[in-house]
Design a binder for this molecule. Structure first.
Ligand code: AMP
Ligand code: FES
Ligand code: ZN
Length: 265
């Protein structure tokens, strides 16, 4: 089987298994994975709405946005842009930058998808990321986070919650890179200046090392984690944030707490 067929087949297996269809908001970071996911999704019968969240991180955010615009030009789409600063949050002033950034991205992705009446928001998370996340959680005895160990999570309109779709869930880092190269997809090679050399980098290397010794072990891990996730009953009930009405695990969602902290509510 040629590589392109193999790659598309892995995405199709997710689409078919979970019956993904309809309107999809595509979260473009400018990096190789989300660009590859977007490119591949244009080959399906979805209605796609690509968007970029401008986190306002110096030159880095500008560079990423240029690449997101570039792929949209190539594929004939208009890029929608969301600015974090419109919500009164300035990452440069935040102490825990990556954690504030993560909360803001998750919130704004969902809000965008919900407001554009999308069934799902698609992200570029791949198999290598998913396993690193899962092993990192195992290593810190935090198995509640296994909630995300699935390529598709359904939405809930009453809770203003869009579905989540990770088309690259069964594809490794190097496979996404190969797809990008084969299709000459432009992508931003810069790294976020706030990213620290997280211990997760070593964890990712360790997972890839195991894969080199035993081909296919990564896919099997992911399938096992997916099954565990399915078996786990939800520990926390999702409700609506009492301030903004979007999904939250508590009375007030994490994003509104952030906005409160930074003085805009
Ligand atoms: P990360 O959280 O940086 O590992 O990125 C995971 C996925 O989230 C990417 O593959 C994108 O789909 C999405 N994403 C990350 N950053 C942005 C951004 N600034 N704007 C839109 N989507 C993003
Ligand atoms: Fe979020 Fe760097 S991309 S802190
Ligand atoms: Zn809220």
């Amino acid at each position: 089987m040629n590589f392109e067929k193999y790659f598309m087949g892995k995405i199709r297996s997710v689409v078919d298994k979970y019956g993904v269809k309809g309107r999809i908001a595509v979260a473009l970071s400018g990096g190789k994975d989300s660009m590859a996911a977007f490119h591949a999704l244009t080959k399906f019968k979805f209605e796609l709405i690509p968007f970029y969240i401008d986190l306002g991180i110096e030159e880095y955010s500008k560079a990423c946005m240029e690449y997101a615009k570039k792929i949209c030009d190539i594929l004939g789409y208009k890029l929608q842009i969301i600015k974090l600063k419109d919500y009164g949050i300035d990452l440069s002033k935040a102490r825990k930058k990556c954690s504030v950034c993560g909360t803001a991205k998750r919130y704004l992705m969902n809000k965008f998808a919900f407001e554009h009446d999308c069934d799902y928001v698609a992200t570029g998370h791949n198999l290598s990321d998913a396993l690193t996340f899962a092993f990192n959680n195992l290593a810190s005895v935090n198995i509640l986070n296994f909630r995300g160990m699935k390529p598709v999570l359904p939405g809930n309109k009453d809770l203003k919650m869009a579905g989540r779709f990770k088309p690259l869930f069964y594809l490794k880092d190097d496979e996404c890179m190969e797809y990008v190269k084969m299709n000459e997809i432009p992508y931003c090679k810069e790294k976020c200046p706030y990213a620290r050399d997280a211990p997760t980098i070593e964890l990712k290397e360790w997972i890839h090392e195991m894969e080199r010794k035993r081909n296919g072990i990564m896919l099997n891990f992911a399938k096992s984690f997916e099954k565990i996730e399915e078996m786990m009953t939800r520990q926390q009930k999702i409700r609506q944030c009492s301030i903004c009405g979007y999904p939250s695990y508590g009375n007030i969602c994490k994003f509104c707490k952030l906005r409160r902290k930074y003085g805009k509510i």
